[in-house]
Design a protein around this ligand. Sequence first.
Ligand code: NDP
Ligand code: TDO
Ligand code: MG
Length: 290
Amino acid sequence: MKLLVLGANGQVGWELQRALAPLGEVHAWDRTAGDLGQPEALAAAVQALAPAAIVNAGAYTAVDKAESEAALAHTVNAEAPAYLAQVATRLGVPLVHYSTDYVFDGSGTHARTEDAPTGPLSVYGRSKLTGEDAIRASGCHHLILRTSWVYAARGGNFAKTMLRLGQERERLRVVNDQWGAPTGAELLADATAHALRAVLAQPQLGGTYHLCAAGETNWAAYARFVVDTARAMGRTLACQAVDGIPTSAYPTPAQRPLNSRLDCRRFEQAFGLRLPAWEQGVRRMLAEIT
Ligand SMILES: NC(=O)C1=CN([C@@H]2O[C@H](COP(=O)(O)OP(=O)(O)OC[C@H]3O[C@@H](n4cnc5c(N)ncnc54)[C@H](OP(=O)(O)O)[C@@H]3O)[C@@H](O)[C@H]2O)C=CC1
Ligand SMILES: Cc1cn([C@H]2C[C@H](O)[C@@H](COP(=O)(O)OP(=O)(O)O[C@H]3O[C@@H](C)C(=O)[C@@H](O)[C@H]3O)O2)c(=O)[nH]c1=O
Ligand SMILES: [Mg+2]
């Protein structure tokens, strides 16, 4: 059974190559093999490969840059998934796709379920929502997995930025009023493999799911956890304190939701899995890179 991974060099794509290997023959396409910026050519190549499942981990993920590159973000995050959904429909195979907490407006303090109203605040969030909607509208078998605050040992992410800044500066200023759950690419890939196996056997399990680590934190508390844990593991850091600041004191081109809490019970129940606390995966990642 051929399984296609797109965006194979990203945080999630890299881990998918490992996690999907026991399910079949993984074809891992990075941007040179499968350019999401050229959706028509990509669709033709996927059609020719005829995999038993398409797993799209590629995306335009530069949230601030997307504000000034809306057309490219739209092509990669919305148009390409629509083309992939067409191919999945023609081949009669499932399309697995990732989306984000940034499809929501972040009001309130509750954890959102899958059917909560969306309301993206940024170009990135809008482009991801348009991609989701196109997949749902296509009628293809699909698994749309909305996650949050992804990190991995390999690739760029907030935790690694904090380690770099923590080496250079005595104090870090980080927003403390945006809440969510850091989610490891390893966990995402492993949970995806379980869910994909289930969906291949029982297509009715397909749909849209929230999938992130358990618990919650804010970016400042997360940064503090990263700095403290890395130091306890022996890393030398200049950082003496992480100062929590309001979002208003950290202006960025893209607006981010204040409440990124996702209710993942639907995923846990459908696939019989238990999502571990976010700290567990962050600790493992830090141990791996320290
Ligand atoms: N990162 C996060 O915090 C979150 C991510 N998500 C979603 O999870 C999924 C995986 O994200 P993650 O692994 O973290 O993201 P990364 O940014 O680590 O990886 C994205 C990958 O997409 C590739 N890519 C970008 N543009 C193109 C293109 N035109 N053609 C082909 N490939 C392209 C990148 O290629 P290259 O390496 O060459 O640049 C990169 O390898 C995405 O759908 C993302 O929206 C959801 C919530 C949070
Ligand atoms: C570097 C830095 C960031 N921040 C803030 C900015 C922002 O509100 C928050 C996180 O910064 P980042 O730029 O890492 O966040 P961002 O790139 O917006 O992360 C998002 O990426 C996309 C792809 C997603 O889908 C989301 O789930 C989320 O993970 O921390 C500080 O307050 N101080 C700092 O020194
Ligand atoms: Mg970022």
